[in-house]
Design a protein around this ligand. Structure first.
Ligand SMILES: Cc1cc2nc3c(=O)[nH]c(=O)nc-3n(C[C@H](O)[C@H](O)[C@H](O)COP(=O)(O)OP(=O)(O)OC[C@H]3O[C@@H](n4cnc5c(N)ncnc54)[C@H](O)[C@@H]3O)c2cc1C
Length: 507
């Protein structure tokens, strides 16, 4: 079959890999001049920075992304580096102790900080362990068949019953049921600000999953009841290594990738997708079309509302997306480790996550004051900066549309303000900057051709319905960050694999 994939981010690359693997004739059309979407590594003056994912979940051999790379035979094409990160709040900083103090050291540390919360902390960590066991079994289940599948399903049921009572609770409700101290609640809910989702909207069962203890101490043993814990990795020399692994696989299998090829229309006849029209007017026909761009652009511009049922249109119109980011990349000529001892640290400037998200969604940009992260890729991959120098990325969640001014006129000013906030932790960043790249929401928008840039796709909101992979139009299968909830890399790649296996089965 002739297959057209629209977009060369990890979703498009995964879809193309699985279709090529089955011997189909696959071409990816990418509007940008480079392959990779947001999983790209950029280079300037001897420094390299990732513009998207940093510390990735799912890459270990026992996890979904790791299993997919093994299934495609490309896991040896990247080198992964197991790491953890720091978390700084206005009154305290959480870094793993120099000497390993067991898998529950954070619980004990919080008990010292918040003695009145000791009982709640014991209950929270019991809940955490239950969720981890549940997820460990579930992740094995997803890759099992036959008797093993049935056995794991039976094992899963009693574990699920233990946490069922929390199922309809939001993150805010779950935290209220364990703790009284807003500062302690914010420790576990801070990450929601990164997803631009309010604690009152985020599923409570997701709280332990977005605060896996291995993210804060890589020495924690992975083996637990039911399987293994999730774990975090960097990709040596940046995310483009992962992109290259997929690209080489696709090319070896005869697939083609055409950059600078903007798909303007998906051609439809008798409710069937039959091809695409490029911006240069060229029409290309295929049996299957797999778009991976933004949902609005894909369905309302490329397809057109006339071809879609009203219920589907309503669903796409009402999707809540994450907001965008302001990112500043610097090349610096000093060693930052006396100020930040590991490659990545999240710095939170507020404890009120609910209000911070409300403000961000209404266009009220915090100018770096409510938090940002500082990431030094050259700490784990020295080739990403000249010898003795470092590459650093400072970024923060930012509204796609500013309520005051716009990203064109305020670009330099807001980048500078973000650096001023970052200098409170790493002094001298601006003075020692040898080179600088600023990326505003508008830069992301043109890089990946979306209506509104949203940094991780759909916001992970309870009861939000994702657009289905199998669209109402025959032979049109939708994939990518805006087809998955909270679409991080592992979720997008695994979601795409699932969609393509379903497509292949239906064929
Ligand atoms: C700043 C940032 C930080 C992130 N951090 C993390 C993280 O730490 N961990 C994590 O797991 N995830 C993270 N993510 C999210 C994750 O990287 C993305 O959700 C995922 O990579 C999306 O992959 P994708 O293929 O769906 O989309 P994209 O990478 O956006 O790719 C879509 C591609 O389609 C192309 N395209 C779109 N429309 C057309 C068209 N009409 N014609 C031709 N081409 C088209 C675009 O140009 C683009 O190349 C981060 C994202 C960002 C931006």
């Amino acid at each position: 079959m002739k297959v057209i994939v629209i977009g060369s981010g990890l979703a498009g690359l995964t879809a193309a890999s699985y279709m090529c693997r089955e011997g189909h004739d696959v071409t990816i059309y990418e509007q940008y001049s480079e392959i990779g979407g947001v999983t790209a590594t950029i280079h300037k003056d001897g420094y390299s920075w990732d513009i998207g994912p940093l510390l990735l979940e799912g890459l270990a051999p026992h996890e979904k992304l790791g299993k997919i790379l093994t299934e495609l035979g490309i896991s040896d094409k990247i080198t992964i580096i197991n790491e953890d990160r720091g978390q700084t709040l206005p009154d305290f900083a959480i870094w793993h102790p120099k000497e390993y103090k067991g898998r529950y050291w954070r619980r004990e540390y919080f008990k010292e900080q918040f003695p009145s919360e000791s009982e709640g902390l014991d209950r929270y960590y019991l809940f955490y362990d239950q969720i981890m066991t549940l997820m460990a079994i579930n992740s094995r289940l997803e890759w099992s068949k036959g008797l093993k599948f049935i056995w794991l399903k039976l094992k899963l049921l009693p574990k699920f019953l233990k946490v069922k009572k929390y199922m309809d609770k939001s993150a805010a409700e779950i935290m209220d049921s364990f703790f009284n101290e807003p500062k302690l609640k914010a420790v576990f809910m801070g990450i929601l600000a990164d997803f631009v989702v309010k604690p009152s909207e985020f599923p409570g069962l997701g709280v332990p999953l977005s605060n896996v203890e291995t993210a804060f101490d890589k020495r924690i043993p992975l083996k637990i009841k039911g399987g293994k814990l999730p774990v975090y990795h960097y990709i040596h020399n940046g995310c483009e290594q992962l992109v290259n692994a997929f690209v080489n696989y696709i090319k070896e299998k005869g697939g083609k990738i055409q950059t600078n090829s903007l798909v303007e229309k998906i051609l439809i006849k008798d409710n069937k997708a039959i091809g695409i029209k490029l911006k240069n007017g060229e029409k290309l026909y295929a049996d299957i079309i797999i778009p991976s761009g933004g949902a609005h652009k894909t369905f309302f511009s490329l397809v057109g509302k006339d071809y879609l049922p009203s219920e589907f249109i309503d669903n796409v119109e009402n999707l809540v997306h994450m907001e965008s980011v302001l990112m500043v990349h610097l090349g610096i000529d000093f060693d930052p480790t006396p100020h930040q001892r590991a490659a990545l640290c999240y710095y939170y400037g507020t404890y009120d996550i609910e209000e911070a998200v409300n403000r961000c969604r209404s266009g009220d940009y915090h100018e770096g004051k409510e938090g940002f992260l500082l990431y030094f890729p050259s700490m784990h991959s020295p080739d990403m900066a000249p010898s003795g120098h470092h590459a650093v990325t400072i970024y923060t969640i930012a509204p796609y549309i500013l309520s005051k001014g716009d990203w064109v006129s305020r670009r330099e000013e807001l980048a500078d303000k973000l650096l001023i906030e970052a200098e409170k932790f790493i002094p001298g960043l601006r003075e020692h900057a040898k080179t600088k790249v600023i990326m505003t929401p508008l830069d992301f928008k043109s890089r990946i051709f979306v209506e509104k840039h949203s940094f991780g796709g759909l916001a992970p909101i309870m009861d939000q319905q994702n657009p289905p992979h199998h669209t109402p139009i025959q032979n049109l299968w939708y994939i990518g960050a805006q087809s998955e909830s909270g679409g991080g890399v592992a979720g997008v790649v695994a979601g795409t694999r699932k969609a393509i296996l379903k497509l292949l089965k239906e064929l």
